[in-house]
Design a protein around this ligand. Sequence first.
Ligand code: ZN
Length: 279
Amino acid sequence: MFGPVEQSKSYPLFYKMPAGPGHYFGRLSAGRLYGQKFLIAFLVELSKQWFGKHARHPFGIGDIAAEDGRRLPDHVSHNTGAAVDLFVIHKNGAKRNGGTNRITYRDKEYDSAKTTDLARMISIKANEYKLVQFLYNDPNVQNTVRSAPPIQTHKGHDEHIHLLFNGQHPHTDEKLDRILGIKSLSERLREYLHVLIPSDKLLWFGSRGRMVQALQVIINRLGPSLLSLLKEDGIFGPKTNARVREFQLQNRLTADGIVGPKTKKALADGVLKIQAKGG
Ligand SMILES: [Zn+2]
């Protein structure tokens, strides 16, 4: 249901909110969908839960933060990647996504009951994720939803909910990775081991195919090496040959460049070491 969660290329603390069926993105938000991992996990859980109940009425996601974590000149409170704006619910499930195309709690097409339910779902998760600021001006929602912190009125918040978290959530990185479907390095490498290990086929100079590619992916991540990283192209050429011999020497194996059971076992042991270190 959710696309893979990408890490920011310019700011490793941030992750990009993936598209999903429970929400849509604001028109002006394209470069501003990056936030801390816990916030993206919160939004992914909220979106899944929301979709399970209100599949035809997605909520909108406006600004989170910029990919590189710089200050948004017009939206300073968002630069930490711990705040998000949510557009409220239209009766027809229409995507009223910001600018002049927006809906406020005073409009006829505004769905107060569903927006109240959205606020309630948020309030249930508020303590777990350490919400510290919850802004939205609809008095009906304010009076119906008991939330800590309470829902407060703030200028400009007639058409969107603003949430700010303090970042002190109790979740481990592993738990957030599970919510976001992010695989650890050792998990990904184990998938390549499944390609490489079960076959009796020997690999050496001139071999080609998926098994050679799996070998290249794994060996590239088992350092240290004095050689440059291999192209992961499935072609066992001179560079792969040199790297395999180096790896064999490092692991006290015969440095013949032939990948058989002993070399495969050493590759598997290398992946286990990464796993043991928590990678
Ligand atoms: Zn905001």
